[in-house]
Structures are given as C-alpha cells and as structure tokens.
Design a protein around this ligand. Structure first.
Ligand code: SF4
Length: 212
C-alpha cells in the first residue's frame, strides 16, 4: 500500500471515529481564537477554556486587549504559564490589529504572521476554523502522531506541515489535524500509545512494528 493509500484509509477511519472533530478551544470570533491559541502554548486547552471564560467577559473588544494594563493582564492569564511573554504578545498583537488592520484579524497567512506571538500553528488554526482557508495545524499531537504513523520523519513543525500538505487531500486538512488531536488524547498518548486498541493500527508504521 502506498503512503497516499494509507492516508486515505486513515482519513476514512478517522471520519468514522471522530466525525465531529473540531477545535477544543472555546471562542466566538477570530480575535478570541487568536488569543486562546496563544494562551494554549505549553498549556492544556481545558485550562485555557477556564481562563478565557472570565477573560473574554472582562476584555470584550480588540481595544480592551490593546489597552490592557500589562501587570493586571499577566495576573488574568497567569495559570496558563509563560504569562509574561503571552501577555506582552497578546497586547502587542491587538495594538497591531488596531494600527495596521483596522481592528480586524487578517484572513491571510502573511499578515497573520506579522502579529506578535502568532506562528504558523496559530495562523493555520485561525485561517481554517474562522475563515475556511485550508491549513495544516501542527501541534504537539499532530507532530507525535504523524511521526509514529509514518506520515513524516521530520521534527520541525513547519517541515511536518509541508510533508502533510503533500499527502493529505486539501479538503481534509483542517478536520484531519483536529482528528489527530482527538486520537492523540484518546489512544495514542505521548507516554504509552495503546496500539492494541487502535483502529488505524494496520495503517500505522509504529503500530505495525509494536506487535501489541
Ligand atoms: S497504532 Fe499505536 S502508534 Fe499508531 S496511531 Fe495507533 S496508538 Fe498511535
């Protein structure tokens, strides 16, 4: 079976297992997703959702974030970790949205990458989930699973993104990445993948070697 054939089988199986795969961060608009994704770096989505529940009540507009007091904002997001950097970047990104983008989150990769704290992962997620622009989101789960399954042999997220773009049909990009996250949480854990219970084992390089 070629790599592309394996990928199509995995997509078929994932669509059966995780038909409603979606972003687990809670947000109402591109601004909130851009902020929630920045907060999710080195933090769980569940923790971020707890923090943003209050945060998005307190700061409702891009101006609210842009004019936030840095120290107060740091305290507001402290439990997500790395809060000095996150606070600085989020406030600076919102200031740039106002100065350069009329207060709106841009809907193209080039402009999104100009925003402080926004890398390709955040940009692809915002493009995919808010603007319907296909993108491959390489988070820690996508990185781990695509290596185990044998879809890439790279460690660098940008190189993984380009490898996946070559073999995954464009219409599946966004959904497939959300499915990788769900599968990573449910079955293919970082410490101990449950290959014996995995429905894509026959199409997975690691699973085929594991004999579990
Ligand atoms: S077979 Fe094992 S390594 Fe492969 S995706 Fe399933 S749990 Fe992960």
């Amino acid at each position: 079976m070629t790599l592309k054939q394996r990928v199509l089988k995995i997509i078929e199986q994932f669509d059966r297992m995780y038909p409603e795969a979606d972003c687990s961060l809670e947000y109402r608009d591109p601004l909130q997703l851009m902020i929630a994704t920045q907060l999710a770096a080195q933090c769980t989505d569940a923790r971020v959702n707890i923090v943003t529940k209050d945060l998005f009540q307190k700061y409702r507009t891009v101006e609210d974030f842009a004019n936030a007091d840095l120290e107060e904002f740091e305290q507001d997001i402290k439990s997500t970790g790395f809060y000095h950097n996150k606070a600085r970047n989020i406030i600076a990104a919102c200031q740039m949205l106002i100065s350069d983008f009329a207060g709106n989150v841009p809907s193209n990769m080039e402009d999104l990458l100009k925003l402080p704290g926004v890398g390709r992962k955040t940009a692809n997620l915002v493009l995919n989930d808010c603007f319907g622009v296909p993108g491959i989101v390489v988070d820690t789960h996508a990185k781990r699973l695509s290596n185990r399954i044998g879809l890439t042999d790279k460690e660098d997220p940008e190189k993984i993104e380009y490898d996946l773009m070559k073999i995954i049909p464009v219409e599946s990009w966004g959904r497939f990445c959300h499915q990788l996250v769900l599968h990573g949480r449910a079955i293919c854990n970082a410490r101990k993948p449950a290959c014996g219970e995995c429905d894509i084992k026959s199409f997975c390089k690691y699973g085929q070697k594991s004999n579990i």
